[in-house]
Design a binder for this molecule. Structure first.
Ligand code: UDP
Length: 336
């Protein structure tokens, strides 16, 4: 592909693995990040892994002047938009910031892409747009009923992007709805680096097994699932990153906006994840059961058939690989 691929939020957890997957495929990523929730230290690591300098621009994705300069200075063929605020709990306490960055940031980016004549966009969405699923597995045509701020900002950004493609058929947009990304690059040089105590299960298991983070509080033992704990569709971040590459290729020929579930297509319970993680790290995870977390659902997992059919993509790495790579990253320090 001629030109560079802009990865907004490219220093973050998903974005850094996406940038790496692009470089591995012989494409040229350029990262935009304001490092508000990521580290500059990821950049030399990406360059070392890629065997060439991975370029970056430091700016906020809402900064249209900085975006204009970036699109002026670099030949951009397509954009993968990962920049945004995430976290179901965080969203509830910071609605203004979440709407501003996640929706306003997407609008600012689209404005400048439109001016620059760049029409291919892959958007980081989330399975939280579905809310409580009515049936399983969850297909892309399921109703979008997010039950929190974070999910509503993702749905609003999706709505906006669909409106763009309706008004102007030049746009080609893939809306990627991530299920539960976890794991790290097998080199253990890039991975998820949450500050403080992580909220998500796998990074929390890494920290607990590493010591100093106490025990795992399992949110609920009485869910209507086989072992009573919550069931989610975990997918390896490397598979997720490859999904973005497949989406970029898909957009070479596909008009309009298309939503894709990126998930394994099956679920694992919290206890199953804990057991797989214990096997990977060779340590026992101390845990106890506590009441359900507000807003949680019992079970959800993706129907990934559309991604398989249209993107020729499916998640190939299993839960054991997720746990092994997450633990290797933790052993290497688990951060930057
Ligand atoms: N979970 C848990 N204890 C924790 C964190 C998570 O029992 O400290 C459970 C949570 O209830 C859910 C699963 O682990 O069933 C995955 O939660 P996570 O926050 O990683 O992702 P979510 O699917 O909620 O976005």
């Amino acid at each position: 592909m001629d030109g560079k691929i802009l990865v907004t939020g490219g220093a973050g957890y998903v974005g850094s693995h996406v940038a790496m997957a692009l470089a591995d495929a012989g494409l040229v990523p350029i990262i935009l990040d304001d490092f508000s929730s990521s580290s500059r230290a990821v950049l030399p690591r990406l360059s070392a892994l890629a065997g060439r300098t991975v370029e970056h621009v430091e700016a906020d994705v809402r900064d249209t002047a900085a975006l204009r300069k970036l699109f002026h200075d670099h030949p951009i063929a397509a954009v993968i938009h990962c920049a945004g605020l995430k976290g179901v709990g965080d969203g509830e306490t910071r609605p203004l910031a979440f709407w501003d960055v996640n929706v306003g940031g997407t609008m600012a980016l689209a404005e400048v892409m439109g001016e620059a004549g760049v029409a291919r966009l892959v958007f980081s969405s989330s399975a939280t747009v579905y809310g409580q699923p009515e049936s399983l597995p969850v297909g892309e045509d399921a109703p979008l009923k997010p039950n929190g701020v974070y999910g509503r900002t993702k749905r609003a950004a999706e709505d906006f992007l669909r409106d763009l493609t309706r008004a102007n058929p030049n746009w080609r947009i893939a809306l990627l709805r991530y299920f539960n990304p976890a794991g790290a690059h097998p080199s253990a040089r890039i991975g998820e680096a949450p500050l403080g105590r992580p909220d998500n299960l796998v990074p929390l298991l890494c920290r607990i097994a590493g010591g100093g983070f106490g025990e795992l509080a399992i949110f609920g033992s009485d869910w209507p699932t086989e072992d009573g704990t919550g069931v989610r569709d975990y997918l390896h971040v490397q598979d997720l990153a490859e999904g973005h590459l497949a989406a970029i290729r898909f957009l070479a020929t596909a008009p309009g906006a298309t939503a894709f579930n990126l998930g394994m297509g099956r679920g694992w319970s919290v206890l199953e994840v804990v057991r797989a993680f214990e096997a990977a790290c060779g340590r026992r995870i101390a845990r106890s059961f506590v009441p359900r977390r507000p807003g949680d659902v019992a079970c959800y997992y993706a129907d990934p058939a559309r991604a398989e059919a249209l993107l020729a993509w499916r998640a190939r790495r299993d839960l054991d690989a997720i746990c092994a790579d997450a633990w290797r990253w933790q052993l290497a320090g688990g951060g930057y």
